[in-house]
Design a protein around this ligand. Structure first.
Ligand code: PLP
Length: 394
């Protein structure tokens, strides 16, 4: 028996468990302190009423002989795929129903998609970025090269003709930097991928936060993207589904590599290893895309946008450089006076009782930076901003 020894090459501890351990140790030592958690990217506002009533109705259906449902289609119920199709159509993107695959969230799909690619591929990953892309490829033993994101390129690396890559990750708006590509910038990535015969894995988990004109919400806004890209999306941040679990992945029919349709390979993978998302959750997800649901979801997004504005204004007033906060729930700030982001984490926890995420946890280029999120309550966000002002205006 041989284990998958690639697992031994993973960093020992997942970023957020290390943070949780540090925060727990601090709160145990200082039970009187009120710690403000501006670190983990989890939402805090409840599900929209339209979603809740759709799920209640679906739960009742499951309790009646006539309307009970067993296994559903692995790729998702047609009613939800139709709703997602409509969501894309409202943004001028036309998809076929069988190009949409409903799942229990983007994290699973981003990891699982790698099943359809050989391990003998070179993967291009932005640095810094959501750690799942690197870890899932380390698990498979793939070669990883990095696209450097830094203040100089606005944290938006562009393709380099001299770098060869087969699988390209793009996360826009980016976690952790909040930087978002324009369609014109994405067009350069599409051209590069087509030239190299590569596939772009486009993570649009935060597309709903894009508010500035000219910035892309989907890679399929770019002509030719359907021949080289797969898009992952999630209701986690859009509609507060982090605990409810629902996402979707778009694999265009036009995407062919090695003579095979990637849509067919993914369908084969999903029908073999996945048994679909619960009917109740899919009814809830369908309600997100209704007129009523969309309006309610936007209200919650507005709260997070206001929080991001509060944090941005605070950093502006302190003269601390940052990106994000406008088209993203993340604010990516330079650690004032610190080059080690974990040391800054400890300092902020100790001095202001504010928890953030050290940039170093997202890649080597994240060192010296720190991620704050807009997902805390309005009160906590305002208080955190006040504490930052007090600490750094000295
Ligand atoms: N992709 C990115 C960039 C994320 O930041 C996250 C969660 O934080 C996910 C995917 C995971 O989303 P889901 O909850 O749908 O699994």
């Amino acid at each position: 028996m041989k284990i998958n020894a690639n697992y031994l090459n993973l960093n020992e501890s997942y970023l957020f468990s290390t943070i949780a351990k540090k925060v727990n140790a601090y709160t145990q030592a200082h039970p009187e302190k009120k710690v403000l958690r501006m670190g983990i990217g989890d939402v805090t506002l409840p599900l929209a009423p339209a979603v809740v009533s759709a799920m209640q109705k679906a739960a009742s259906e499951m309790g009646e002989k006539e309307t009970f449902r067993g296994y559903g289609p692995e790729q998702g119920y047609p009613f939800l795929k139709e709703a997602i199709r409509g969501y894309y159509a409202s943004r001028g993107i036309s998809l076929e129903e069988d190009e949409i695959f409903v799942s229990d969230g983007a994290k699973s799909d981003v990891g699982n998609i790698l099943d359809i690619f050989d391990t003998d591929n070179t993967v291009l990953v932005p640095d810094p970025v959501y750690p799942v892309y690197v870890d899932t490829n380390v698990m498979a033993g793939r070669r990883i090269v990095f696209a450097d994101a830094a203040a100089e390129n606005g944290f938006l690396p562009m393709p380099d003709e001299n770098t060869d890559a087969d699988i390209i990750y793009i996360c826009s708006p980016n976690n952790p930097t909040g930087a978002a590509y324009s369609a014109a910038q994405l067009a350069e990535w599409v051209a590069y991928a087509r030239k190299k015969g590569a596939v772009i894995l486009y993570d649009a988990a935060y597309e709903a936060f894009v508010s500035e004109k000219g910035l892309a919400r989907s890679i399929f806004e770019v002509e030719g993207a359907k021949e080289c890209a797969i898009e992952f999306c999630s209701l986690s941040k859009t509609a507060g589904f982090t605990g409810t679990r629902c996402g979707y992945t778009v694999v265009p029919r036009a995407l062919v590599r090695g003579g095979a349709s990637l849509n067919k390979l993914w369908l084969r993978r999903q029908t073999t290893k996945f048994n679909g998302v619960s009917y109740i959750v899919q009814r809830g997800a369908e309600a997100v895309f209704s007129e009523e649901g969309m309006a309610q979801v936007q209200k919650n997004l507005e709260v997070y946008r206001r929080n991001a504005a509060v944090l941005s204004e605070c950093l502006d007033s302190l003269g601390i450089p940052y990106t994000g906060g406008k088209n993203s729930p993340y604010i990516w700030m330079k650690c004032p006076g610190f080059s080690d982001s974990w040391k800054f984490f400890d300092y902020l926890l100790e001095m202001a009782n504010v928890v953030g995420t050290p940039g170093g946890g997202f890649g080597k280029n994240g060192e010296g930076y720190f991620r704050l999120t807009a997902f805390a309550s309005e009160e906590a966000t305002k208080e955190a901003a006040e504490r930052l002002k007090l600490l750094f205006s000295k």
